[in-house]
Design a protein. Structure first.
Length: 341
């Protein structure tokens, strides 16, 4: 459940600041893309209605040829990506041009008094510690935690207000969307899986927006590459050959956008979506605006992160965690519905 503390600014000042921000929250143009900005300074891109082929039906054999360093069992655990099916997105929407940033999340915290779960429950999050050895732990997790030292404020490495916020839970994302909806009068939410993949593909049918080969990802996705490899010698063979100049997270918008004008749909931070995960959902999901399963135990996250190998940063790849999970690779991107006030 969301945790709200008393507001940190008075109601009059809050309403005045929102009204002032909303006066400037009008469509503008940035690099040829129509952009709308909200009261926290988040930029949103208009995504048109349309249809696309969702999922992947690539065989383990084909994937093994493309990713020869990985064990075959990894390619046999992708049943939830199939079958490929045509999905209709019947309503246009605004989607965050970037992942929610540290600065935007901080402004939300200061205005609302909300306490993120990593702080409210006292258990913290996960973080990068160069002295931490995954081999010494039962789980073998790549990062140290859960520990109160780590939270959205501190993932274990330096971030500015322009970097994607991390260590945020699905519940934290819901709290941010709900607060924005109440204060602005527009309906904000997490995108569905279908909306997310439609926006990620932006008219393409390949593994990545630029094509099927990992080569070239460094221009559009901050994934595990030659900048990050020296920090993780045990996995350096899985780093792509390119170097995007960012060993950890990159300031949002640092790399090239896709055809819809969206940045970091792949890489930088995993992004929560609204759906429960369903292993066999694609086989019987509605063809128009699928909302995801009615219930479940874990929520889906999409897109990969700064630490993700190229195989797991494909447009079709699905991952999941419990809604209260907070991790140093996981952030969010919001959707704003059109015509809803």
């Amino acid at each position: 459940m969301p945790h709200f503390a008393p507001a940190l600014i008075c109601a009059t000042a809050l309403l005045a600041s929102i009204a002032t921000a909303q006066e400037s929250a009008t469509p503008s143009s940035q690099a040829g893309t129509s952009v709308w900005r909200n009261s926290l300074g988040m930029a949103f891109v208009h995504i048109p209605a349309g249809s696309f082929a969702m999922g992947s039906d690539e065989s383990p054999e084909r994937l093994a040829e493309a990713f020869p360093l990985l064990e075959r069992r990894r390619f046999e655990l992708l049943a939830d990506e199939a079958p490929v099916h045509t999905v209709q997105i019947s309503q246009a929407f605004y989607l965050g041009q970037h992942e929610v940033t540290v600065g935007q999340f901080r402004r939300f915290i200061e205005a609302s008094g909300y306490r993120p779960e990593s702080e409210a429950d006292g258990t913290g999050g996960y973080g990068y510690n160069p002295q931490y050895d995954p081999a010494t732990t039962a789980r073998g997790d790549a990062f140290e935690g859960r520990d109160p030292r780590y939270s959205w404020r501190n993932p274990g490495f330096a971030q500015t207000d322009d970097h994607p916020v991390l260590n945020v839970t699905w519940n934290d994302a819901q709290a941010l969307a709900s607060w924005l909806s109440r204060t602005e009068g527009h309906r904000y939410r997490l995108p569905t899986e279908a909306e997310w993949e439609y926006a990620c593909r932006a008219g393409t049918t390949t593994r990545y927006p630029h094509g099927d080969a990992p080569a070239g990802l460094e221009r559009e996705a901050n994934v595990f590459d030659q900048a990050a490899a020296p920090y993780w010698p045990r996995w350096q063979q899985h780093a792509i050959a390119g170097n995007d100049g960012h060993a950890f997270t990159a300031p949002v918008g640092s790399l090239a956008p896709n055809a819809f004008g969206l940045h970091d749909m792949l890489g930088n931070a995993w992004e929560w979506v609204s759906d429960w995960h369903g292993e066999n959902y694609y086989a019987h999901s509605p063809s128009s605006n699928p909302p995801g399963p009615a219930d479940g135990s874990v929520r889906v996250r999409r897109g990969g992160s700064w630490h993700t190998w190229a195989f797991y940063a494909r447009c079709s790849y699905r991952n999941w965690n419990s809604p209260e999970t907070r991790y140093t690779l996981v952030g969010m991107r919001l959707l704003r519905e059109i015509g809803q006030r």
